[in-house]
Design a binder for this molecule. Sequence first.
Ligand code: NAI
Ligand code: MG
Length: 375
Amino acid sequence: MRRHSLAVLPGDGVGPEVIDAALAVLDAAQERFGFATDRVEVPLGADHYLATGQLLTDDVTATLREQDAILFGAIGSPKVAPGILEHGIILALRGAMKQAINLRPVRLYPGVPTPIAGLTPERCDLVIVRENTEGSYVARGSTVHAGTPAQVAVQESINTWYAVERAVDFAYRLASARRKKLTLCHKTNVLVEAGKLWLAVMEQVGERYPDVEQDYVHVDAMCMHLPVSPERFDVVVTDNLFGDIVTDLGAVLQGGLGVAASGNLNLVGTHPSMFEPIHGSAPDIAGKGWANPAGACLSMAMMLGHLGEGQAAAAVEAATTAVLAELPALAGADMGANTSELGQRIASRLRDDSAPPVKDSLMSDLATVMTGLRS
Ligand code: NAI
Ligand code: MG
């Protein structure tokens, strides 16, 4: 039997709730498609930090490195000062596992309600490739005269040819397997030094992909184009900060933060990739059963694609989005079922062999592009 080793990091708040649901769906996928997973649960997060003072330790890093993939919920808590867990765990993990890009599909699935009036699934199918290791997220900077009216904060942004090129090259590769259009999203008119580097990389790498059309939009204009004319975009490549921001907007097009999936990909196969819903720990709804598990389930589907289980990936995607399309609301008390019941509903749909065959699966398309990334 095919076996995959998996580290599971549920994290904080709604993280464990949506991960439990995704694991119930994974159980069903394993039964139906005949593979197995060996799962090791890693207790990273606010409670673990408050109890032990530990963030990402060398021991945990070594354990994670052994796995084929990582399934991650969310981390963050009002009990811990901002930045400690985010830098000490989330960004540290992406760095330690050399996860060069964060892949964030923005697809509106048939029947799923969107707050954008008139938007249809045919018009909303793009993938955002976010550079995942540098930009403003490198934790470089300094403060002087803290606590006085003369306080000065410097927050640096690092852009290396190396990291930008690997993100842009992956984005071109993805675009050539899709509708052959790549858009750079940046702010080259103001962030001129970083902008020059990104533009030069786009041009140079673009020579290797002559059949891919190149486009450019400023990030502020992107916030207008994305809800109004998402059909303009096929693959979008952008830096760490802009990618973080525009993908929350992308999630809105898809039906909300609870629906959007992502993969932090190691492009060279030296360390495992990590799959997580794009939302955070949502302390405002934690414990209520109001979190939509779809983002976690679709992230798990992307993980299956990455592990070479393309059929299972497509089936999880189809089951998750079919259940989404039946919900009276996509989050909160009005969903008509709690997080765990939704996981069960998706799992039973998956076990039902009579479900219509999957056509047009984003996750299996992505799986094709991700093939070869794993060692
Ligand atoms: P958030 O994504 O946790 O929540 C934003 C809003 O979306 C909230 O109203 C929340 O209730 C809602 N929401 C989130 N997930 C949902 C789901 N599955 N179903 C339905 N509604 C959902 O972002 P926020 O509030 O800015 O951050 C909360 C904490 O999470 C912070 O500590 C933040 O640093 C952390 N965070 C962690 C991330 C990660 O682990 N990768 C990503 C983003 C934030
Ligand atoms: Mg974010």
